[in-house]
Design a protein around this ligand. Structure first.
Ligand code: ADP
Ligand code: MG
Length: 257
Protein backbone atom coordinates (compact mmCIF):
# COMPACT_ATOMS: atom_id res chain seq x y z
CA UNK A 1 0.00 0.00 0.00
CA UNK A 2 1.29 3.46 -0.78
CA UNK A 3 2.28 5.72 2.08
CA UNK A 4 -0.13 8.38 3.38
CA UNK A 5 2.49 11.10 2.87
CA UNK A 6 5.00 10.89 0.07
CA UNK A 7 7.62 13.57 -0.41
CA UNK A 8 9.65 13.31 -3.60
CA UNK A 9 12.77 15.30 -4.49
CA UNK A 10 11.63 18.32 -2.51
CA UNK A 11 13.68 21.45 -3.24
CA UNK A 12 13.52 24.76 -1.44
CA UNK A 13 16.13 27.42 -1.98
CA UNK A 14 16.69 30.68 -0.12
CA UNK A 15 18.85 32.67 -2.49
CA UNK A 16 21.84 30.44 -3.14
CA UNK A 17 21.18 28.30 -0.08
CA UNK A 18 19.63 24.89 -0.69
CA UNK A 19 17.60 24.42 2.51
CA UNK A 20 15.94 21.34 0.99
CA UNK A 21 17.86 19.59 -1.72
CA UNK A 22 15.89 16.72 -3.30
CA UNK A 23 14.58 15.54 0.06
CA UNK A 24 12.62 12.30 -0.34
CA UNK A 25 10.71 10.43 2.36
CA UNK A 26 7.43 8.65 3.18
CA UNK A 27 5.21 8.47 6.24
CA UNK A 28 2.82 5.54 6.36
CA UNK A 29 -0.71 5.66 7.73
CA UNK A 30 -0.83 5.24 11.52
CA UNK A 31 2.90 5.72 12.06
CA UNK A 32 4.61 8.17 14.37
CA UNK A 33 7.60 9.18 12.29
CA UNK A 34 10.43 11.23 13.74
CA UNK A 35 12.66 13.69 11.94
CA UNK A 36 16.06 14.49 13.34
CA UNK A 37 19.26 16.13 12.12
CA UNK A 38 21.65 18.91 13.04
CA UNK A 39 20.53 22.54 13.16
CA UNK A 40 20.08 23.99 9.70
CA UNK A 41 19.51 20.57 8.11
CA UNK A 42 16.28 21.75 6.49
CA UNK A 43 13.79 19.97 8.74
CA UNK A 44 11.52 22.94 9.43
CA UNK A 45 11.72 24.02 5.79
CA UNK A 46 10.64 20.57 4.67
CA UNK A 47 7.73 20.70 7.15
CA UNK A 48 6.60 24.07 5.94
CA UNK A 49 6.71 22.95 2.33
CA UNK A 50 4.62 19.90 3.17
CA UNK A 51 2.04 21.82 5.23
CA UNK A 52 1.73 24.58 2.62
CA UNK A 53 3.45 27.42 4.50
CA UNK A 54 6.25 27.55 1.95
CA UNK A 55 6.03 26.87 -1.78
CA UNK A 56 8.61 24.31 -2.84
CA UNK A 57 10.92 25.18 -5.73
CA UNK A 58 10.82 21.62 -6.97
CA UNK A 59 9.64 18.13 -6.23
CA UNK A 60 6.28 16.69 -5.30
CA UNK A 61 4.17 16.09 -2.25
CA UNK A 62 1.42 13.46 -2.28
CA UNK A 63 -1.09 13.07 0.52
CA UNK A 64 -3.55 10.18 0.52
CA UNK A 65 -2.60 9.49 -3.06
CA UNK A 66 -3.34 13.02 -4.22
CA UNK A 67 -0.83 15.52 -5.57
CA UNK A 68 -0.95 18.37 -3.05
CA UNK A 69 2.30 20.10 -4.01
CA UNK A 70 2.17 23.82 -3.24
CA UNK A 71 -1.38 23.90 -1.86
CA UNK A 72 -1.90 26.61 0.78
CA UNK A 73 -2.26 25.67 4.47
CA UNK A 74 -6.06 25.93 4.63
CA UNK A 75 -6.38 23.48 1.74
CA UNK A 76 -4.00 21.09 3.50
CA UNK A 77 -6.02 21.55 6.71
CA UNK A 78 -9.19 20.56 4.83
CA UNK A 79 -7.42 17.49 3.46
CA UNK A 80 -6.44 16.43 6.96
CA UNK A 81 -2.80 17.44 7.18
CA UNK A 82 -2.05 20.08 9.81
CA UNK A 83 0.94 21.44 11.65
CA UNK A 84 0.81 22.75 15.17
CA UNK A 85 1.82 26.22 16.27
CA UNK A 86 2.61 27.78 19.59
CA UNK A 87 -0.43 29.55 20.96
CA UNK A 88 0.00 33.26 20.28
CA UNK A 89 -0.16 35.57 23.29
CA UNK A 90 -3.29 37.28 22.00
CA UNK A 91 -5.18 34.06 22.63
CA UNK A 92 -4.14 33.84 26.29
CA UNK A 93 -7.22 35.75 27.44
CA UNK A 94 -9.56 33.38 25.61
CA UNK A 95 -10.73 30.18 27.23
CA UNK A 96 -9.49 26.77 26.15
CA UNK A 97 -12.88 26.11 24.55
CA UNK A 98 -12.80 29.39 22.62
CA UNK A 99 -9.27 28.65 21.48
CA UNK A 100 -10.42 25.38 20.00
CA UNK A 101 -13.46 26.87 18.31
CA UNK A 102 -11.33 29.57 16.77
CA UNK A 103 -8.82 27.01 15.49
CA UNK A 104 -11.61 25.06 13.83
CA UNK A 105 -13.22 28.12 12.35
CA UNK A 106 -10.28 29.96 10.96
CA UNK A 107 -9.80 27.45 8.17
CA UNK A 108 -13.28 27.18 6.67
CA UNK A 109 -12.55 30.22 4.51
CA UNK A 110 -15.54 30.50 2.16
CA UNK A 111 -17.99 29.49 4.88
CA UNK A 112 -17.46 32.84 6.59
CA UNK A 113 -19.07 34.66 3.68
CA UNK A 114 -21.91 32.22 3.38
CA UNK A 115 -22.60 32.52 7.09
CA UNK A 116 -22.57 36.27 6.97
CA UNK A 117 -25.26 36.19 4.32
CA UNK A 118 -27.36 33.51 5.99
CA UNK A 119 -27.56 34.27 9.73
CA UNK A 120 -29.02 30.95 10.89
CA UNK A 121 -25.98 29.27 9.41
CA UNK A 122 -23.84 31.16 11.91
CA UNK A 123 -25.61 29.48 14.81
CA UNK A 124 -25.41 26.13 13.13
CA UNK A 125 -21.67 26.53 12.51
CA UNK A 126 -21.09 27.64 16.11
CA UNK A 127 -22.93 24.63 17.42
CA UNK A 128 -20.92 22.34 15.18
CA UNK A 129 -17.64 23.90 16.31
CA UNK A 130 -18.61 23.71 19.96
CA UNK A 131 -19.60 20.05 19.70
CA UNK A 132 -16.32 19.27 17.95
CA UNK A 133 -14.39 21.25 20.58
CA UNK A 134 -15.94 19.17 23.34
CA UNK A 135 -14.96 15.97 21.55
CA UNK A 136 -11.40 17.21 21.26
CA UNK A 137 -11.34 18.25 24.93
CA UNK A 138 -12.23 14.70 25.81
CA UNK A 139 -9.61 13.22 23.49
CA UNK A 140 -6.89 15.34 25.04
CA UNK A 141 -8.18 15.14 28.62
CA UNK A 142 -8.45 18.92 28.78
CA UNK A 143 -12.16 18.82 29.71
CA UNK A 144 -11.58 20.22 33.19
CA UNK A 145 -9.79 23.22 31.69
CA UNK A 146 -12.50 24.08 29.12
CA UNK A 147 -13.44 27.39 30.78
CA UNK A 148 -9.97 28.29 31.97
CA UNK A 149 -8.11 31.02 30.14
CA UNK A 150 -5.32 29.67 27.96
CA UNK A 151 -2.87 31.96 29.78
CA UNK A 152 -3.57 30.11 33.04
CA UNK A 153 -2.57 26.68 31.72
CA UNK A 154 0.54 24.89 32.90
CA UNK A 155 3.35 24.35 30.40
CA UNK A 156 2.27 20.79 29.70
CA UNK A 157 -1.40 21.71 29.30
CA UNK A 158 -0.40 24.45 26.91
CA UNK A 159 1.41 21.90 24.75
CA UNK A 160 -1.71 19.76 24.83
CA UNK A 161 -3.82 22.71 23.76
CA UNK A 162 -1.53 23.19 20.74
CA UNK A 163 -2.19 19.58 19.83
CA UNK A 164 -5.90 19.96 20.54
CA UNK A 165 -6.14 22.95 18.21
CA UNK A 166 -4.72 20.82 15.41
CA UNK A 167 -7.21 18.06 16.23
CA UNK A 168 -10.10 20.41 15.48
CA UNK A 169 -9.42 19.70 11.80
CA UNK A 170 -10.16 15.99 12.31
CA UNK A 171 -6.75 15.46 10.77
CA UNK A 172 -5.23 12.29 9.39
CA UNK A 173 -1.70 13.54 9.99
CA UNK A 174 -0.24 16.05 12.41
CA UNK A 175 3.17 17.67 12.03
CA UNK A 176 4.90 18.76 15.23
CA UNK A 177 8.05 20.91 15.18
CA UNK A 178 10.06 20.35 18.37
CA UNK A 179 7.15 19.74 20.75
CA UNK A 180 9.60 19.02 23.58
CA UNK A 181 11.51 22.29 23.30
CA UNK A 182 11.51 24.09 26.64
CA UNK A 183 9.35 21.43 28.32
CA UNK A 184 10.57 19.55 31.38
CA UNK A 185 11.34 15.81 31.08
CA UNK A 186 8.24 14.62 32.98
CA UNK A 187 5.98 16.64 30.70
CA UNK A 188 7.81 15.43 27.64
CA UNK A 189 7.01 11.87 28.71
CA UNK A 190 3.34 12.71 29.22
CA UNK A 191 3.18 14.43 25.88
CA UNK A 192 4.67 11.31 24.28
CA UNK A 193 1.97 9.20 25.96
CA UNK A 194 -0.77 11.46 24.65
CA UNK A 195 0.63 11.30 21.14
CA UNK A 196 0.83 7.52 21.27
CA UNK A 197 -2.74 7.24 22.60
CA UNK A 198 -4.09 9.53 19.91
CA UNK A 199 -2.27 7.55 17.28
CA UNK A 200 -3.63 4.25 18.60
CA UNK A 201 -7.19 5.36 19.28
CA UNK A 202 -7.78 7.53 16.24
CA UNK A 203 -5.36 5.93 13.78
CA UNK A 204 -3.64 9.30 13.50
CA UNK A 205 -0.26 9.61 11.83
CA UNK A 206 2.43 11.96 13.08
CA UNK A 207 5.60 13.47 11.74
CA UNK A 208 7.63 14.96 14.58
CA UNK A 209 10.81 17.02 14.47
CA UNK A 210 12.54 16.65 17.82
CA UNK A 211 16.01 17.15 19.24
CA UNK A 212 15.31 15.14 22.39
CA UNK A 213 16.59 11.72 21.37
CA UNK A 214 14.98 9.97 24.36
CA UNK A 215 11.62 11.21 23.15
CA UNK A 216 12.42 10.07 19.61
CA UNK A 217 13.55 6.64 20.82
CA UNK A 218 10.42 6.16 22.92
CA UNK A 219 7.94 7.25 20.32
CA UNK A 220 9.14 7.39 16.75
CA UNK A 221 9.47 4.68 14.15
CA UNK A 222 10.70 5.25 11.56
CA UNK A 223 13.17 8.04 12.17
CA UNK A 224 14.12 10.17 9.17
CA UNK A 225 17.53 11.83 9.39
CA UNK A 226 18.12 15.02 7.47
CA UNK A 227 21.45 16.69 6.85
CA UNK A 228 22.23 19.52 4.45
CA UNK A 229 18.78 19.49 2.93
CA UNK A 230 18.80 15.79 2.14
CA UNK A 231 17.57 12.63 3.75
CA UNK A 232 20.65 10.85 5.03
CA UNK A 233 19.04 7.77 6.56
CA UNK A 234 15.68 6.24 7.51
CA UNK A 235 15.14 3.45 10.01
CA UNK A 236 14.51 2.64 13.63
CA UNK A 237 15.98 5.11 16.13
CA UNK A 238 18.66 2.65 17.19
CA UNK A 239 19.61 1.87 13.61
CA UNK A 240 19.96 5.45 12.42
CA UNK A 241 21.73 6.61 15.57
CA UNK A 242 24.34 3.89 15.22
CA UNK A 243 24.99 4.85 11.59
CA UNK A 244 28.47 6.46 11.46
CA UNK A 245 27.36 8.84 8.69
CA UNK A 246 24.56 10.12 10.91
CA UNK A 247 26.95 10.55 13.83
CA UNK A 248 29.37 12.45 11.61
CA UNK A 249 26.58 14.75 10.37
CA UNK A 250 25.68 15.58 13.97
CA UNK A 251 29.27 16.31 14.90
CA UNK A 252 29.90 18.56 11.92
CA UNK A 253 26.53 20.24 12.54
CA UNK A 254 27.54 21.01 16.10
CA UNK A 255 30.78 22.59 15.08
CA UNK A 256 29.10 25.07 12.76
CA UNK A 257 26.28 26.10 15.10
N1 ADP B 1 13.01 32.07 5.54
C1 ADP B 1 14.30 31.79 5.36
N2 ADP B 1 15.09 32.62 4.68
C2 ADP B 1 16.39 32.36 4.45
N3 ADP B 1 17.01 31.25 4.90
C3 ADP B 1 16.26 30.37 5.61
C4 ADP B 1 14.88 30.59 5.88
N4 ADP B 1 14.41 29.54 6.59
C5 ADP B 1 15.46 28.72 6.77
N5 ADP B 1 16.56 29.21 6.18
C6 ADP B 1 17.87 28.55 6.15
O1 ADP B 1 17.67 27.25 5.60
C7 ADP B 1 18.47 26.30 6.27
C8 ADP B 1 17.58 25.22 6.87
O2 ADP B 1 16.83 25.78 7.93
P1 ADP B 1 15.72 24.99 8.74
O3 ADP B 1 14.80 24.36 7.79
O4 ADP B 1 15.16 25.91 9.74
O5 ADP B 1 16.61 23.87 9.45
P2 ADP B 1 16.29 22.98 10.74
O6 ADP B 1 14.84 23.08 11.05
O7 ADP B 1 16.71 21.60 10.33
O8 ADP B 1 17.16 23.49 11.84
C9 ADP B 1 19.28 27.06 7.31
O9 ADP B 1 20.54 27.37 6.76
C10 ADP B 1 18.46 28.31 7.52
O10 ADP B 1 19.27 29.39 7.94
MG1 MG C 1 13.84 23.67 12.77
Amino acid sequence: MEALLQVRDLDKHFGGLRACDRATFDVEQGKIAGMIGPNGAGKTTAFNCVAGFLKPDGGEVFFAGEDVTGLPPHRMFDKGLVRTFQIPQELDTMTVLENLMLAGERQSGEAVWRNWLVPWKVREEEQRLEARAHEVLEQTQLGHQAYLRAGALSGGQRKLLELARALMAEPRMILLDEPGAGVNPALVRRLAQHIRELSERLGLSFLIIEHNLDFVRQLCDPVIVMAQGQVLDVGSADDVLSNPEVQAAYLSGQRTT
